[in-house]
Design a protein around this ligand. Structure first.
Ligand SMILES: Nc1ncnc2c1ncn2[C@@H]1O[C@H](COP(=O)(O)OP(=O)(O)O)[C@@H](O)[C@H]1O
Ligand SMILES: [Mg+2]
Ligand SMILES: [Zn+2]
Length: 563
C-alpha cells in the first residue's frame, strides 16, 4: 500500500468513546470505528488484521478436514423454539418480522441450522463422522457492550460443528478441534490459558474456554499451580471441608439489633467478626423463593446454585418477596423458622455459635447452631476466593483475569434429540447423533492481542498478524533518489511476498514515524540522508535500536528478520 493516495488515517489524541486501551488504539490507528454501541466498522488495516487471524483459523480448520459452509443470519424464530432455546436467549436475541408478520431472529449461534444441514447427509453410520464450519456474523443484544471489539453486538464468529455416531467418536472429533484451537492461538502469539467452564445455555457434557490473559478480562480464572486444576470462577469447586470450630455449643438467643441491616453494620454493632455470621440470601429459582446460606465473608455462586436446581432462571428476590417470606424488613432474613427451602453452603457445617437474621425486624440470633434449623440441602454453593485451597490437591489457588477468545463444547445428543437428527446403526436401529460445537471470535482475538501488546507509542503486532510486515519511510519525497529507492524496495518486497507499506506522503519525518509506530508495523526501513552513503536504516517495532545497513543488503536482511 502506498500511503499517498490511500484511504489511510490516524488520530493523534485518545478517543473519548472507548473504554479500553485496545479500543482506543485500534480507533486511533484508523483500524476500526464504532458506528453504534457494540457495532464496529473495519477499515482497511483493521480488516487485514482480521483476515490474517481468520486465515490462520481457516488453515487450522482445514487441516482437520473440516469443511467450510455459510449459513444465513436471518432465521425463522421457530427454529429456536424447536430446540427449546428461544426462551433462554431472551432479550439477547435480535428479533424482527417479515412483511407477512412472520417472526425472525438474527442468529446468535447456529447449532440448530447446522443440525438441519447435517440432516441433509446423515442416513446411516457410514455417513459419520464429519465437521462443518463457517465464518459468519452473529448478533447478540449484549446488555453491556464494552471494551471495543471485545464485547460487541454484531461480530464474526468462526463456528464449527462435529457430528459423530457415539461418545467415543465425539471425543475424537473434540480433541481434533481442541488441538486446532491451540495451534491457531499459538500462531497468533496470544498469551492464553485453557479452563473448564459452565456449559450454560449450550447445555451438554463439557465446555472448555480458551482465555487470553489480560487485566481487563471479564472472566475470573481459578488456577492451581500444583496440580494444574484450572477453571472458570463460575464452576470452581470449593473444598468439601472448611474450617472446623471446636468451641462449646451455646444457647441460641435473640438480640435486639436496631437500625442495622447489613452484615457490616451488625458486625460493628456486636463487635464480632464478619466470618462469624451466616448470610441468608433469598433467591427466586425458577420463580420459587429459596433461602441460601453462606458464611458472612462469602458470596453465593449463582451458576452452582442454578446447576444444583437444574433451573433455567435464577435471580435475587425483590424486596416485597423478601419481606413476605421473612415477615421482616430486608436485612433480617435467617434460616431459623423460615418456611421456604433452605440451601446451606457446606462450609457452614464446621461453624459453631454463629449469627443469623431472626426473621423479625431489628433482631438477630446469636449462638445459632446446626441443631437450631434444618437445611433442605447442604451443598457447595459459594464462590471460591483467592488463596482458598484447591479442591483437588489442597494447594492455595490463585486468580487470573481472562478474555474468552474461544470455546469448545461437547454437546452430546441434546440438539440431535430436539432436532430429530438420527442415523441407522449397524443393526438398523435409529440412534441419536453426537454433536460438538466450537467457536472463536476473530475480532475479539484482535482486541485481546492489542490488549496484550502495546506501548506508549501504539500497537505492536506479531509478524503473522500485522496488516503489513514492513513499512518504508521516505524522509524527503522531493529527493528523487530517495523516492525512487523507496519505490524500488517496495516493488521488490512485494514480489518476495512481503506485504509492505510505502510512506510516500508529503509529511514531516516525525509524523511518519509516529504513524508507523501507532499502527504497529513490525519492521521499518528508513530512507533518508544515509542514502548518500548507499545506506538505509532498519528499526524493529519492539526494539529501541536502529541499525544502518548497506542498501544492497536490505532485502536479504529483511528476509532474514521475517524468517
Ligand atoms: N459479544 C461478543 N463480542 C465479541 N466476540 C464474542 C462475543 N460473544 C462471543 N464472542 C466470541 O465467540 C466465541 C464463542 O462464543 P460463545 O461461547 O458462544 O459465547 P459466550 O461465551 O459469550 O456465551 C467466544 O469465545 C468469543 O471469542
Ligand atoms: Mg463461551
Ligand atoms: Zn490443585
Amino acid at each position: 500500500m502506498k500511503l499517498k493516495n490511500s484511504y489511510f488515517y490516524t488520530i493523534r489524541e485518545n478517543v473519548k468513546d472507548e473504554d479500553s486501551n485496545s479500543g482506543n488504539l485500534l480507533v486511533r490507528a484508523g483500524m476500526v470505528k464504532k458506528s453504534s454501541s457494540g457495532v464496529y466498522m473495519y477499515m482497511p488495516l483493521g480488516l487485514k488484521i482480521l483476515q490474517n487471524i481468520q486465515n490462520i483459523i481457516r488453515e487450522e480448520m482445514n487441516r482437520t478436514d473440516a469443511q467450510e459452509v455459510l449459513m444465513p443470519s436471518l432465521i425463522p424464530e421457530e427454529v429456536y423454539e424447536a430446540s427449546g432455546r428461544r426462551k433462554g436467549f431472551g432479550n439477547s436475541m435480535f428479533s424482527l418480522r417479515d412483511r407477512f408478520n412472520k417472526p425472525f431472529v438474527l442468529g446468535p449461534t447456529h447449532e440448530e441450522l447446522f443440525a438441519v444441514a447435517a440432516g441433509m447427509k446423515i442416513r446411516s453410520y457410514k455417513d459419520l463422522p464429519f465437521n462443518i464450519y463457517q465464518f459468519q456474523n452473529k448478533f447478540r443484544d449484549e446488555p453491556r457492550p464494552r471494551f471495543g471489539l471485545i464485547r460487541v453486538r454484531e461480530f464474526i464468529m468462526k463456528d464449527a460443528y462435529s457430528f459423530d455416531a457415539d461418545e467415543q467418536g465425539l471425543h475424537e472429533s473434540y480433541m481434533k478441534m481442541f488441538n486446532a484451537y491451540k495451534a491457531s492461538f499459538d500462531r497468533m502469539h496470544i498469551k492464553y490459558t485453557i479452563v473448564k467452564a459452565d456449559t450454560g445455555i449450550m447445555g451438554g457434557l463439557l465446555s472448555e474456554e480458551f482465555q487470553a490473559l489480560s487485566p481487563i478480562g471479564e472472566d475470573t480464572l481459578v488456577i492451581c499451580d500444583n496440580c494444574h486444576y484450572s477453571c472458570n470462577l463460575e464452576i470452581a469447586k470449593c473444598p468439601e471441608k472448611g474450617e472446623t470450630q471446636n468451641e462449646a455449643y451455646q444457647q441460641i438467643q435473640a438480640i435486639h439489633t436496631p437500625h442495622v441491616g447489613t452484615i457490616a453494620d451488625v458486625a460493628d454493632y456486636l463487635q464480632l467478626p464478619h466470618d462469624q455470621f451466616v448470610k441468608t440470601l433469598i433467591y427466586m429459582i425458577d420463580d420459587q423463593p429459596v433461602a441460601c446460606l453462606v458464611r458472612g465473608n462469602r458470596d453465593v455462586n449463582e451458576v452452582k446454585l442454578q446447576k444444583l436446581f437444574k433451573a433455567t432462571k435464577i435471580e435475587l428476590a425483590d424486596l416485597a418477596t423478601v419481606e413476605k417470606v421473612t415477615n421482616a424488613k430486608v436485612g433480617f432474613a435467617g434460616p431459623v423458622g423460615i418456611t421456604i427451602p433452605v440451601i446451606m453452603d457446606n462450609e457452614i457445617r464446621g461453624m459453631r455459635n454463629f449469627i443469623v437474621g431472626a426473621n423479625k425486624t431489628d433482631y438477630h440470633f446469636i449462638n445459632t447452631n446446626l441443631h437450631d434449623f434444618t437445611p433442605t440441602k447442604i451443598a457447595d454453593i459459594r464462590l471460591i476466593q483467592e488463596n482458598d485451597v484447591c479442591s483437588e490437591c489442597g494447594h492455595p489457588i490463585h486468580f487470573e483475569k481472562g478474555i474468552e477468545i474461544g470455546n469448545t463444547f461437547k454437546l452430546g445428543t441434546k440438539y440431535s434429540k430436539a432436532m430429530n437428527l438420527a442415523y441407522l446403526d449397524q443393526n438398523n436401529q435409529l440412534q441419536d447423533v453426537w454433536m460438538g460445537s466450537y467457536g472463536i471470535g476473530p475480532g475479539r482475538c484482535m482486541a485481546a492481542l492489542a490488549e496484550q501488546s502495546y506501548d506508549e507509542k501504539g500497537l505492536i503486532w506479531p509478524l503473522d498478524i500485522a496488516p503489513f510486515k514492513v513499512c518504508i519511510v521516505v524522509i524527503n519525497i522531493n529527493d528523487e533518489l530517495q523516492l525512487k529507492t523507496g519505490n524500488s524496495l517496495y516493488d521488490s518486497l512485494n514480489k518476495m511476498g512481503i506485504e509492505t507499506i510505502l510512506d510516500d506522503r508529503d509529511e514531516r519525518a516525525g509524523v511518519k514515524f509516529n504513524d508507523m509506530d501507532l499502527i504497529g508495523i513490525p519492521i521499518r526501513i528508513t530512507i533518508g540522508k544515509a542514502l548518500a552513503d548507499q545506506q538505509v536504516e532498519i528499526k524493529e517495532r519492539q526494539s529501541a535500536e536502529t541499525v544502518k545497513i548497506p542498501l544492497a543488503n536490505c532485502l536479504a536482511y529483511i528476509q532474514q528478520l521475517i524468517g
